[in-house]
Design a protein around this ligand. Structure first.
Ligand SMILES: Cc1ncc(COP(=O)(O)O)c(C=O)c1O
Length: 352
């Protein structure tokens, strides 16, 4: 059998045996009537891990962010967020289309943070010309910045300017557990200062479907109305929630292995002439590397590497993204590094 190493995303992870068993055995009920016992268990577990009062089970990270913003901010208000965020770049402008929200970007720094002074100066005054500032949205770990992490202190510094204005803060924590494992802190400590957080069960944690949105009980009750409005309320969804419970209980600690594999990959790529990596940004399971010096288009590089059994994705310009997960072993990383090395030699003998 030809080998394939899947590095396009941690969303490609398939449910484990334990997840499939839990799904088969799940006790279920009608979740829209709030009667699915497995969903209740998952929501309690998620809220507890995030140190929030309540949580609601949603279909995706995109839905978690959309409902988070819609629940916090009124139509016609403005959401402050980083210019490299997933919400701004990769969620089909849902907040604008569905929520009538204006997204106002502020520069993300290399670690995915935003200068607190920029946040302070972006807060609108009470002037009828201006849209009111409805919400601040942060992201941790930061996908486009290469899986970089923000500490609890970083988050506190960004939240501080909006707190005294009563402006709520949403955290896109799609990979918050990667950030927590990288920093060796409980995930809840990273969202202490935000009002809501959404996180994905279906990425590095390995569940097939699902995200959680967490906050106060009143916030989550309002979020449930938006979920219904968006057609996101499901019925015997305990069959999916069961995999989410396994993901939360057994998928978190092992993320450290994915981070070690990402570092191995990054250090190997840094040694290959023609590819370059900023090693400081490799903090979790994402490796962004630049192939600009090779003089080939990213599409061609990606296609040729796929022929050698290694799947990676473009990440804008000449940047290629590789993401580790539990389906990628240390041996797979070594295989991928040899494949990149050989490809670079073939494509650009002068560089190699
Ligand atoms: C940071 C971040 N937020 C949100 C999402 C959206 O998640 P989903 O694909 O489940 O909609 C992603 C997906 O990759 C992401 O990386």
């Amino acid at each position: 059998m030809t080998r394939t190493v899947e590095l396009r995303s941690d969303t490609f992870t398939r449910p484990t045996e334990a997840m499939r068993r839990a799904m088969y055995e799940a006790e279920v009920g009608d979740d829209l009537w709030n009667e699915d016992p497995t969903v209740h268990r998952l929501e309690e577990l998620a809220a507890q891990r995030m140190g929030k009062e309540a949580a609601v089970f949603l279909s995706s990270g995109t839905q978690g962010n959309l409902i988070g913003l819609l629940t916090h901010a009124k139509s016609g208000s403005e959401v402050l967020l980083g210019d490299e965020t997933h919400i701004f770049n990769a969620e089909s402008a849902g907040a604008a289309v569905v929520g009538g929200l204006q997204l106002r970007t502020l520069a993300n720094d290399a670690r995915g943070g935003i200068d607190p002074h920029a946040i302070r100066s972006a807060i609108r005054s009470d002037d009828p010309h201006h849209p009111p500032t409805g919400c601040l949205a942060l992201e941790n770990s930061h996908n486009r910045c290469g899986g970089t992490v923000l500490s609890a202190d970083d988050v506190a510094a960004m939240v501080e300017p909006v707190k005294s204005h009563g402006i709520p803060v949403h955290m896109d924590g799609a990979r918050i557990f990667n950030a927590a494992v990288a920093l060796n802190v409980p995930a809840g400590s990273l969202v202490r200062d935000v009002d809501s957080v959404s996180f994905c069960l279906s990425k590095g944690l390995g569940a097939p479907i699902g995200s959680m949105l967490c906050g106060t009980t009143a916030f989550v009750d309002r979020a449930r109305r938006w979920r219904k409005l968006l057609g996101g309320s499901m019925r015997q969804v305990g069959v999916i929630a069961a995999a989410g419970i396994v993901a939360l209980e057994s998928g978190v600690d092992r993320l450290a292995e994915d981070h070690a594999n990402a570092r191995l990959l990054a250090h190997g790529l840094a040694e290959i002439p023609g590819t370059s990596v900023d090693l400081a940004t490799v903090q979790t399971n994402i490796v962004n590397f630049d192939i600009g010096r090779l003089g080939v288009t990213p599409d061609r590089f990606i296609a040729r590497l796929a022929e050698r059994g290694v799947q990676v994705a473009g990440n804008g310009g000449s940047v290629i993204r590789a993401v580790t997960s539990y389906e990628v072993s240390r041996q797979d990383i070594e295989f991928a590094l040899s494949a990149v090395s050989e490809l670079v030699r073939d494509m650009s003998p002068a560089v190699a």
